[in-house]
Design a binder for this molecule. Structure first.
Ligand code: MLT
Length: 402
């Protein structure tokens, strides 16, 4: 079940001389939508009942299209971070008539008492927001390795853990999570992304890997098949350093074993500055064209929109943390020959320019017994760009593991 969507009408007195909804009014509509949502849930006094007030500390708004008097805007809200005393909400406003995305925004709140001291986020508020995960009823929030992770778990059978790329979230695996019945599908949002907590500090490939190892322990999983895309692959290499005895099979998609070159490291720092200064939407602007194949960009606006939305809702702390983790990751070339005992499938989009097919071929050749599959019509994100094809090929591989 989703959180209530709130429809609000734009009035002429909220618009500027050219008839556009003005920025101050936009802020107040976002705020009105939040209170309306609470009114339909735990009540508008959910904070004051416990002597707390959600003080707004930071706002990042990405204005994407103009709205005019008479437009009905549909506001959707999601909790993207829930700390002890602070929380972050992402809100989007779409015009109901044509479903145009008008604006998306991130609001960071700290709960304070009358003296301005931070106090815990009211339990009832957290329960209301978490009881309504965005995508489906299979999402759990699990506290592991000192971080609260959102984890989608579906089905019964041999466990398969799906590790998403940067700066994406578990919803990139939607088709595979829904389609691979007969397996226990586990898809976490990495720390700093999706609906998982986004601490300001403490990111590294070893940290992500330790989060996932702790998650598998918390779920009492002894043996697992790992499937990671791009940064998800970098994390899996890290996990394999200490954990390979528990890995039953491996799928490495659109990823590489090499560390960053000096030039790529500099590019990570530039991207981190961009994220800090201009927010996640600037990262989306620069990345979306590189992530998808020309076919996807031209013919599949729904996929383009989905990827853009995923990136735009990623907390800046998570983006900056992942960029530093990727910049500082060690090379994993020497690990590859040691994976001889693990059945491995290497997959790559035919038009992937970030980790091109030649790189995937070299990766497959370095892992004894690994097979390479190239997905036509896909760029860097085959699970989203060619969902049925990828699901079918994954099913074949997983089924053959027995
Ligand atoms: C990813 O998809 O995870 C990133 O493109 C990885 C990277 O930038 O190295």
């Amino acid at each position: 079940m989703s959180l209530p969507e709130i429809d609000l009408v734009v009035y002429p007195d909220e618009c500027d001389a050219f008839g556009h909804l003005n920025q101050a009014s936009f802020l107040s509509l976002f705020e009105r939508a939040r209170w309306e949502m609470l009114l339909r849930g735990p009540g508008m006094d959910v904070f004051t009942r416990v002597g707390s007030w959600p003080a707004l500390r930071k706002t990042v708004i990405d204005y994407r299209a103009a709205a005019f008097p008479g437009d009905v805007l549909r506001f959707q809200q999601a909790l993207t971070h829930h700390g002890r005393t602070s929380f972050t909400m992402r809100q989007t406003a779409r015009r109901v008539q044509d479903d145009t995305l008008i604006a998306s925004a991130e609001f960071v709140f700290v709960c304070i008492d009358r003296q301005g001291r931070p106090v815990p986020v009211p339990r009832e508020f957290g329960e209301f927001m978490h009881a309504h995960p965005e995508s489906s009823g299979n999402v759990q929030r699990l506290m592991v390795h000192g971080v609260n992770l959102a984890v989608e778990i579906l089905g019964e059978g041999p466990p398969v853990m799906f590790v998403h790329g940067y700066p994406l979230d578990r919803t990139m695996w939607r088709a595979q999570l829904d389609g691979l019945t007969g397996f226990r599908r586990i898809a976490p949002d990495l720390r700093g992304m999706g609906q998982s907590d986004a601490p300001d500090l403490g990111y590294g490939m070893n940290i992500y890997a330790a989060d996932l190892a702790a998650l598998l322990d918390a779920l009492a999983i002894e043996e697992v098949i790992l499937c990671g895309l791009s940064m998800g692959g970098y994390i899996i290499f890290e996990l394999l350093r200490t954990w390979s005895a528990r890995v039953r099979g491996l799928v490495l998609m659109d990823t590489r074993a090499e560390a960053d070159s000096p030039e790529s490291r500099r590019a990570r720092d530039t991207a981190a500055s961009l994220a800090r200064e201009r927010g996640a939407s600037a990262i989306a602007d620069s990345m979306v064209p590189k992530l998808l194949s020309p076919e996807t960009l031209a013919d599949r606006p729904g996929v383009v929109d989905q990827v853009r939305t995923m990136i735009t809702r990623t907390p800046v702390a998570g983006i900056v943390g992942a960029l530093a983790a990727m910049r500082d990751r060690p090379g994993s070339e020497s690990l590859l020959p040691t994976l001889a005992g693990i059945p491995t499938l290497v997959m790559v989009g035919e038009s992937d320019t970030l980790t091109p097919p030649d790189q995937a071929r070299a990766l497959a050749q370095a892992i004894p017994g690994a097979r390479l599959e190239v997905i036509p019509g896909a760029g860097h994100l085959p699970p989203l760009e060619q969902p049925d094809e990828v699901t079918r090929r994954l099913r074949d591989f997983l089924t053959a593991l027995g």
